[in-house]
Design a protein around this ligand. Structure first.
Ligand code: AGV
Ligand code: CA
Length: 315
């Protein structure tokens, strides 16, 4: 029996990519996490199928009561449409459509306002897990500064410190990571706050690509719904290396695993800042005068893959 007093309240802001949905699946299985609400940011996804898949995953995982809110704030640099349609594919997977779609539990408010309300009504300090851009959180800090005191930690997948970025767009120098690049001002706003930030930059996520061995391992558990969903989401990432030249990595799922098994990564305090203008916009730069973040700098990849298999092949 889980001790309810030790469960950590978490608000999850994701942006509906395959890796975000895998992260949601992991999160539903962590008995140390009290999932209080989910915001879906319309960044690396088509928002409607991303929300639909989110609700179906909650249903499948036995957490239909978790509230969700669709984001309506958008960043300055749109994601490629070729990536955003992944949400349509995920939402159509047979394992998510074994019964009629769940009825919407979204409230009337958009995600940024719901996030503020969830934070303001929280009875204990909340952890924000952000695996997409920081647009909603930045809005909360601007419009409800008191939320800063209700947040214990921001766990964020984003940035690139000592490795190249993953933005390959005309006029950009390639130094930025996409979650920061989509809305550089929002990332800058959060970095300029006093919130404790635990950062999972490309420096570590580059070391956990989706591999054939990892994906096929779920095949050995075929017939269990959560395992089938995990394997299917990973299978849908195949071909990215061939079409973009860069591997699909476990960016968000590595970040999420920190909430259950923080020892998978090693950390260092890094002083850094966010570039908001010009050809390097969205870049996270080391800067001795910048704010400290707890940055993941090393990872034990085998321990990470094992963690996912342990958590997701039980059911
Ligand atoms: O930059 C990594 C972020 C993560 O939050 N996303 C994907 C993960 O959800 C953007 C991204 C980079 N390369 C991609 C991405 C690709 N090839 N396909 C889809 N999204
Ligand atoms: Ca994401």
């Amino acid at each position: 029996m889980t001790d309810l007093t030790t469960r950590r309240p978490v608000l999850f802001d994701h942006d509906g990519a395959l890796d975000d949905l895998l992260s949601l699946l992991l999160l539903t299985q962590y008995d140390t996490v009290d999932l209080r609400g989910i915001a879906v940011t319309p960044a690396d996804c088509l928002p409607v199928p991303a929300m639909s898949a989110t609700r179906k995953i909650l249903e499948l995982a036995g957490l239909p009561q978790v509230p969700t809110a669709l984001g309506e704030l958008t960043g300055r640099n749109p994601f490629p449409l070729a990536w955003r349609i992944d949400a349509l594919r995920a939402d159509a997977l047979p394992v998510l459509n074994r019964s009629a779609p769940p009825t919407s539990r979204d409230g009337a408010l958009p995600a940024h306002e719901r996030l503020a309300a969830w934070l303001l009504e929280a009875d204990a300090p909340v952890t924000i897990l952000a695996t997409g851009p920081l647009t909603n959180l930045a809005w909360c800090l601007d419009h409800h500064p008191e939320v800063e005191a209700t947040i214990e930690e921001v766990v964020f997948m984003g940035g690139a410190l000592d490795v190249p970025g993953n933005v390959d767009e005309p006029g950009h120098d390639g130094s930025a990571e996409w979650n920061v690049y989509w809305d550089p001002e929002a990332a800058k706003r959060v970095f300029d706050s006093t919130l404790p930030i635990t950062l999972f930059p490309l420096d570590v996520t580059d070391q956990v690509p989706v591999t054939t061995a990892f994906t096929h391992a779920f095949g050995r558990h075929y017939g269990k719904p959560l395992s089938d969903l995990a394997g299917s989401l990973l299978a849908l990432t195949f071909g990215v290396l061939e079409t973009t030249g860069l591997p699909y990595c476990c960016w968000d799922s590595l970040t999420t695993s920190y909430l259950a098994e923080p020892g998978i990564c090693g950390f260092e305090t890094v002083h850094c800042d966010v570039v908001t203008e010009g050809a390097g916009q969205g870049r996270t730069v080391r800067d001795p005068g910048g704010r400290p973040v707890k940055a993941a700098v090393t990872v034990d990849p085998d321990r990470f893959y094992r963690h996912c298999l342990d958590v997701l092949t039980r059911r």
